[in-house]
Ligand binder design. Structure first.
Ligand code: PAF
Length: 279
């Protein structure tokens, strides 16, 4: 595996290739979910590139940035174990040579006004800044992202439209722990006790999915918010939306493809998850 810190070296390495490139951008603290993205990228492309960069501009909360887990040595071992071809490991100066004060502003529109766009102001503009920069460096054929970050996938789809990019976005299913908790780098920050409680987020999503034809969304969401609060989670939102547009829905509508999305804090760690309503 090539490990490169500078964009110019990566560009040089890939400049003459006619091969297809599958790209998995990450912020490290890799888990099975990331590795499954890399495995899929490997199956569908001739070269697989992974990047690890904890992007400061997408953290609206400095405390969240300060405690983001960093496990580079373990990450490299994991990337080797799945046969990654190239790891791009830049530092802040490499990605933001002119500083982080004058970021590019992307017209994300509606998607930036709801859910994580509303609760994490500036977050998606930071994501767009870094993903755009990475795409310009890697020039992949396909970009692999996880469905756990449902809204991020739609924002990146929008970024590809705005920038008239020909990169194909592949959204891959969420990988879960045996109790259903969505795999996330942030899970490593939970204490054993909190980790046990965190499974309740997925239980709520399942509860809503099981009862959607017999109860209104408001009643189900209130029930779930109560359950989460009772065990010590602070729900930020429990919302229903049309899956393709994230237009928020007041109640279930069987004529639409729907998704339920939850964000909740546990011991100061913000966790998100979602589930499609299949019908
Ligand atoms: O999902 C993530 O890990 C990050 O938001 C991403 C896409 C790597 C951009 O920093």
């Amino acid at each position: 595996m090539h490990i490169l810190q500078f964009a110019k070296d990566l560009t040089e390495l890939l400049s003459s290739t006619k091969n297809t490139i599958g790209f998995v951008p990450t912020m490290g603290a890799l888990h099975e979910g990331h590795l499954s993205l890399i495995q899929q990228a490997k199956q569908e492309n001739e070269i697989t590139v992974c990047s690890i960069f904890v992007n400061p501009t997408q953290f609206n909360d400095p405390k969240d940035f300060a405690k983001y887990p960093i496990t580079i040595a373990e990450d490299i071992e994991k990337l080797l174990s799945v046969g990654t071809d190239i790891l791009f490991l830049p530092d802040v100066k490499e990605m933001y040579p002119f500083g982080m004060d004058n970021l590019e502003v992307y017209v994300i529109g509606y998607l930036d006004t709801i859910l994580d766009g509303k609760y994490r102001p500036g977050h998606f503009n930071g994501v767009c800044n870094i993903v755009h920069k990475l795409l310009m460096i890697v020039e992949p054929t396909r970009l692999y992202m996880g469905q756990k970050d449902f809204q991020q996938c739609l924002v990146v789809k929008r970024l590809l439209e705005i920038t008239q990019s020909s990169v194909e976005l592949i959204t891959c299913s969420t990988l879960r722990e045996s109790d259903g908790l969505a795999m996330s780098s942030r899970n490593t920050l939970l204490s054993t006790e909190s980790r046990e409680k965190a499974r309740a987020i997925y239980s709520c999503l399942q509860y809503i999915r099981t009862h959607w034809q017999i109860q209104s969304f408001t009643i189900l969401a209130e029930h779930c918010a109560g359950e989460l609060r009772e065990i010590g989670l602070e729900p930020e939102y429990i919302l229903l939306a049309e899956a393709d547009t994230l237009i928020l829905l007041p109640d279930f509508d069987s004529s639409r493809k729907m998704v339920v999305l939850i964000a909740a804090k546990l011991d100061g760690i913000r966790l998100i998850d979602n589930l499609l309503i299949v019908h």
